[in-house]
Design a protein around this ligand. Sequence first.
Ligand code: KMH
Ligand code: ZN
Length: 279
Amino acid sequence: MEKLIITAAICGAEVTKAHNPNVPYTVEEIREEARRAYEAGASIIHLHVREDDGRPTQDKERFDACIQAIRECCPDVIIQPSTGGAVGMSSDERLQPLELDPEMVTLDCGTLNFGGDEIFVNTENMIKEFADRMRKKSIKPECEVFDKSMIDTAVRLMKKGHIEKPMHFNLVMGVNGGISGEPRDLIYLAESLPEGSTFTVSGIGRAQLPLNTMAILMGGHVRVGFEDNIYYWKGKPADSNGDFVRRIVELAKLLGREIASPDEAREILGIKRKDRLRE
Ligand code: KMH
Ligand code: ZN
């Protein structure tokens, strides 16, 4: 089996210090959480950024500051900014991190309810525009799918030339409004992917650990972190993203999967390391 790529989604846009005081907001807190995840074995940092008071932002300057800070202590890690941002942001706001020419970003592949009255809007025309902008800059999209229909949308857009092969998917499972996080759901999604694609599994809340375990066994990859889950065990808030990553490293060892370094992850995903990251 391929080596295991571990992504750490270190802060997200929705969780706050009221949920878990260890959720990072400032540039320094984000750098330290990235460092803990990287030193534990993460090869990708999925990055949202916040104002110092915790408000989510897609501001290019703030992304730049966080990316530079992460680079200081994680020189070769793949930094994957979010183009999802937070519910209610405009396309222009969300697309700002593309101007920094990252190696990889997220591409959200459909609209869904996102709790209460919130709707996370990703119309087909938006997805096409986002994907075209990524393709023109040779930025690898990670297709975020929250339900089976979003896989179908992504494949349709691949066939029309908006997304290049091989495709990489993140199966986000257990969001209220998306697919649930039962084992049969993961099997269904994984069997629906086009041949030759790779996939990561993100389980929300208590679905995180069981779905990560299944992903390791199925030859997929895993995402952990505060964006998806703030508890290490039921009722015990996690101390850091590093703890989640370490647990996956131990589990993978027990289950016979080696961990991919950032360069090995690039190889698996077909990403070319960009020169500016070597500076
Ligand atoms: N914060 C969610 C509304 C992504 O990073 O692309 C969207 C999200 C997905 O987190
Ligand atoms: Zn995200």
